[in-house]
Design a protein around this ligand. Sequence first.
Ligand SMILES: [Zn+2]
Length: 106
Amino acid sequence: MNTHELNRVRPRSITFLTLPGPTRKRLPSPYCYRLTYETRTPMLPGCLMVWDVMGGRDIYQVVLERNEQGCLCWHCTCPDAVYRGESRASHCKHVHGLQSVGRQST
Ligand SMILES: [Zn+2]
């Protein structure tokens, strides 16, 4: 792998969002999303993108995945997402935040 290829796969995207904070009052707090992985085959099933989310009680990971049916699935490692479970239609605030960024840029 040469330097040019390395630059293309190197995680590069940082996004800042204001989300309800981790405290009981849920005051708006700055969150930083750092893209740590992006697939080069986005139309194929598998993991498409991974972000580290900083600003909460812990660093969480949000994963965007394409399943075998071609549908996009969001996963987050935060306690809220784990509590809600994968089957629920609603997502945690970290996923919601990323989805809102996607809508703004299209
Ligand atoms: Zn989350």
